[in-house]
Design a protein around this ligand. Structure first.
Ligand code: PLP
Length: 403
């Protein structure tokens, strides 16, 4: 049991809290599901990019899936070995590609024919051979929120099967490219196994047809996307997930790369915020708290549901309220019509499932410093990122004032 009250007293609010022991459990369960097969879990850093969180997974043996060169640098700093680092993303700059090649990471995930051309050119300039994987878009509806769906032709991600095949042939004929992997990632917060299985079958077929023309791949990268429980979702069991992938691979001897983000971090994180006031506008009740959309954007961005737990001595009946922050936007809320007792100044609200796509999506909007982050490991809490102060927010401006 996490003592939120004590943490609020010690570290102040708003505050992110990460239970690293929970994250270990999630990692081990997923790793175990692929037991007996060659596999690498490459933690998707964007879900929670705090260096200590990355380091924690690296210590467990995890690799890293990165979507910017900044994330690649974080992975290195946190001790992830180069041969377990993957660089994905639909738009990589020349500088990013160059640094990725020079860093000798496992492979670059290429997402278009044009990008393949850039990677080849830059590898040639460097006199290098770049390992690549191609992100295939299997055109399967992942049955998740449209903002986090990525595997349909309508989405900007990946290339069609036919284009992928052409690209593999081109890469295979190039002195500066080494096609080693194939990749798909059809969306996030996936709760249905069928689209994953169907995608894996399509992609495995491409692997076989490439093998027929003597292009032998080593890595079968199934992306991330495993869903978690925010409210009452039925989720995919890691064991069933692994079995589906292995079923699609039938007979193919490839190292499976999995890029979990949310599955590892979401439910290991809590966002702790303090009640400032209750407020009533006509019949509408608001609970105003000290955290805001600049700390945790998911409710505003996706209307995402987060469970809220009140820590209070209040014994009043529950009634519905909107939980809102101080930012000057009507979209600044954590919940709408959420049942809560009447709360007092300084009562605490624990916003659950905040470990993934929480802090990282934060901003300084309204000149609000980002919250501190605290990690709990073996029952011990420690700060893993200091709270941002006003001075931090103006540091890059104050010496550049217009005359
Ligand atoms: C975002 C992303 C992931 C992680 O997604 P989750 O839903 O957090 O597991 C994995 N791979 C790629 C390429 C991604 O873009």
């Amino acid at each position: 049991m996490i003592n939120f009250k004590e943490l609020a007293t010690t570290y102040k609010t708003p505050l992110y809290i990460y239970d690293l022991d929970y994250m270990t459990k999630q990692y081990e369960e997923l790793k175990e599901a692929f037991k007996g097969k060659k596999s690498i879990l490459a933690y998707a850093i964007k879900s929670n990019s705090n260096l200590s969180v990355i380091k924690h997974f690296a210590t467990l043996g995890s690799g890293a899936d990165c979507v910017s060169i900044g994330e690649v640098r974080r992975a290195f700093l946190a001790g992830v070995p180069s041969y377990k680092i993957i660089f994905s993303g639909v738009g990589k700059s020349d500088d990013e590609i160059r640094e990725a090649i020079e860093s000798d990471i496992l492979y670059i995930n290429v997402e278009s024919e044009a990008e393949l051309g850039r990677v080849e050119l830059i590898a040639k300039e460097l006199g290098a051979v770049c390992r690549i994987s191609i992100r295939v878009n299997p055109n399967i509806d992942p049955l998740t929120h449209p903002y986090i769906s990525t595997g349909l032709h309508d989405n900007k991600f990946g290339v069609e099967i036919d284009a992928a095949k052409r690209m593999y042939i081109k890469a295979n004929n190039s002195e500066h490219l080494d096609p080693v992997g194939i990749h798909f990632h059809i969306g996030s917060q996936l709760t249905e196994l069928k689209p994953i299985y169907e995608s894996a079958v399509i992609v495995a077929d491409l692997v076989r047809s490439l093998s027929n023309i003597k292009i032998e791949l080593k890595f079968f990268d199934i992306g991330g996307g495993l869903g978690v429980v925010y409210k009452n979702e039925t989720t995919i069991k890691p064991y069933d997930y692994a079995q589906a992938i292995l079923g699609a691979l039938k007979g193919l001897d490839l190292t499976i790369i999995c890029e979990p983000g949310r599955f590892l971090t979401a439910n290991g994180g809590y966002f702790l915020t303090k009640v400032l006031y209750e407020k009533q506008n006509g019949s509408k009740r608001f609970v105003v708290v000290d955290g805001a959309m600049n700390d945790l954007l998911r409710p505003s961005l996706y209307k995402a549901y987060h469970k809220i737990e009140a820590i209070t001595n209040s014994t009043t009946d529950e009634s519905e309220a909107d939980v809102v922050g101080p930012v000057c936007e009507s979209g600044d809320f954590f919940a709408k019509n959420y049942s809560l007792p009447i709360l007092e100044h300084n009562d605490l609200l624990v916003i659950h499932s905040a470990g993934a796509y929480g802090f990282g999506m934060g901003s300084n909007y309204n000149t609000r410093g980002r919250s501190a982050e605290v990690a709990i490991k073996g029952g011990e809490a420690r700060v893993i990122r200091k709270r941002e102060e006003f001075e931090d927010l103006i540091a890059l401006e104050k010496d550049f004032l217009v005359k």
